[in-house]
Write a protein that binds this ligand. Sequence first.
Ligand SMILES: [Cu+2]
Length: 404
Amino acid sequence: MKGQWGRLAGYFIGTLLISSAVTFGLPLLGGGSWLPDLVSSEGKAIDQLFWGLLILSLIIFAIVAAIVIYSMVHFRAAPGDLSDGEHIHGNAKMEAAWVIIPSLIVFVIGLLSYNVLRDNEVGLYDQEAAAHDAPGAAQMQVEVRGFQFGWAFRYLDRDGKQVVGEKGDEPQGELVVPVDKVIKFNVMSCSGKERLGRLRRQVDRKLDAGDEEDEFAKIEPGLCERKWDLTTEDDRASAEDDQAKIHAAQAKQADGKHLSADERKLLDAQPRFKGDDQFVDVNHAFWVPEARLKIDAVSGLRTYVQWQATHVTGPQDHYQVVCAELCGSGHNGMRTDMCVVSKNTWDWFKGLGQDERKTATCVNLRLLACLDKIDDRSAALEDIVALSKKHPNAGCDQAEEAVA
Ligand SMILES: [Cu+2]
């Protein structure tokens, strides 16, 4: 009996050593790590949880593998032995063990994960913490819009006032965030005017090509734009007001009463809104691997995630926002650049006009990060744009040279 346990322990240690070597050694062969760079303060606890679970999995794997190998070696049937194995029925102790131990493991994993998520979301759902500058409360917001197939972003202060560009400006196609600020991401899945126009055409195939253009031009900012702007209490109140008018007009229509021109217009627009609470796109998921946190972008729902970037993105760092929910044929291409900028660069970025912002893309902002002490960023940006066009992989040395 003693020898049996000794051999089993031997197999266990052997399997554990080999599987650990493979698990931790393979990424090193590739010159990297299991995980991408870490740029959020919330990600640290998630990484610790990941490593903890990985080690736990290795131990469980080694236990199972040791028993399997031991059985293969020591209970192997002799050549020519075609008889059945022994039939064993019921072992209450063993059955209890294989129910209780895994249940405990799952419970503990659940508890640890819950703790990490709760700590990361302090202030996100707790109104009091959010309102009182408590540690962890959001200092600004980013509206994230996922659509087939791309992303759009708008930047708001804590109270929902737009801080980059103006209402009605084209949203940013890349995610630029300031360093050391707790950011609440308001995530939605909804398409802009273009896709609404396409949907409308699909519904109304009778239109000929010429009319189609006209019809398309007539489409008012759709639901997406409406939701997009519903960031302040006033906006929401006015949307509710609209909705009440629509309901009233519908009731009049149902009663066969005469409708005014305005009421007709409202009802005419109604199919495009598909009811006030529905967005018009499929589900996506907003994910920046370097921030570790991920949240679904659900049709018909706003979802939230919050994190704080810990360091500025330099020329060698290539981070992206990716869609983590299979959403259609263009899913693999549904990604865009993400970069973290210094406080000085952010203050400058906020003041840029719509056209200037088009050149202040992550490719150039990463190079601008090399020149944080510079006063005239707009002038430097021109040199940087020229440099990045010529050398997409330029580094700090080249950036300093280009601007000097
Ligand atoms: Cu997607």
